[in-house]
Design a protein around this ligand. Structure first.
Ligand SMILES: [Zn+2]
Length: 231
């Protein structure tokens, strides 16, 4: 289907994905079975009628990363979806994978970026759509996994997380290592503004640890972990 262009940010991610998986298949433009209304599907061409910035007629704002060709596995597509969500990239509108959907904005009772059940067709691929506000943002995407999981070390018979900048509780679902450290840091430090307890070890969390322990706060030592816990 001719007569369309791809959002430049998505084009960048396509390049990154194909560099890792040469020959990988990525679909963009809606075929006849999909809605041609850009307000229903980002696979439809923008029509310039939204009045919003970046609503360039003919531009497509969605990519479907397909399994199979290029050696792309289900695990790769899970990692892509999770990595995109973790990145909180401002270009992201929606990520869909298997039977889950994440939006960069609140939906009903779900806050932005929360995982919601997806009631539409099962997604054997990873769908990413972007919002038009950042259509010309071609910066690198941060979708690659930081690590498979937060490393642990045994301390007096107890496993202790070795937390560092970039860690995210989504990497070890259910454990809340980062959130716990954030709560304890807030409790320990009464002089500075409390951190958002969001489970993401980002720059703000590093600055809080630096303020408490000195240094750059980019990694929590076992000794600092002990101090946080008062042991
Ligand atoms: Zn799609």
């Amino acid at each position: 289907m001719a007569g369309w262009t791809l959002d430049e940010g998505l084009e960048r991610l396509d390049q990154e994905w194909r560099a890792q998986h040469p020959g990988a298949v990525i679909y963009h433009i809606a075929d006849g079975n999909h809605s041609q209304n850009p307000r229903v599907s980002q696979h439809a061409k923008d029509d310039g009628k939204s009045g919003g910035p970046g609503d360039t007629p003919g531009e497509v704002d969605a990519s479907d990363f397909m399994p199979g060709k290029g050696g792309v596995t289900d695990e790769d597509l899970d990692e892509l979806a999770e990595g995109l969500v973790r990145s909180r990239d401002p270009r992201i509108l929606i990520v869909i994978r298997r039977q889950s959907i994440w939006s960069s904005y609140p939906v009903g009772n779900y806050p932005a970026w929360a995982k919601r059940p997806y009631s539409g067709k099962y997604h054997g691929h990873t769908h990413l759509s972007v919002n038009d506000k950042y259509a010309s943002n071609k910066s690198d995407w941060k979708w690659e996994p930081v690590a498979n999981e937060i490393p642990m070390v045994k301390l007096d018979g107890v496993w202790v997380p070795q937390l560092k900048l970039g860690h995210d509780d989504a990497m070890d679902e259910g454990y809340n290592h980062v959130k716990r450290a954030q709560v304890l840091a807030n409790w320990l430090d009464n002089k500075r503004v409390d951190l958002d307890v969001d489970g993401v070890y980002g720059a703000g969390t590093a600055a809080k640890f630096a303020a408490i322990f000195g240094g750059n706060g980019k990694a929590l030592t076992t000794e600092q972990w002990r101090k946080l816990h008062g042991i």
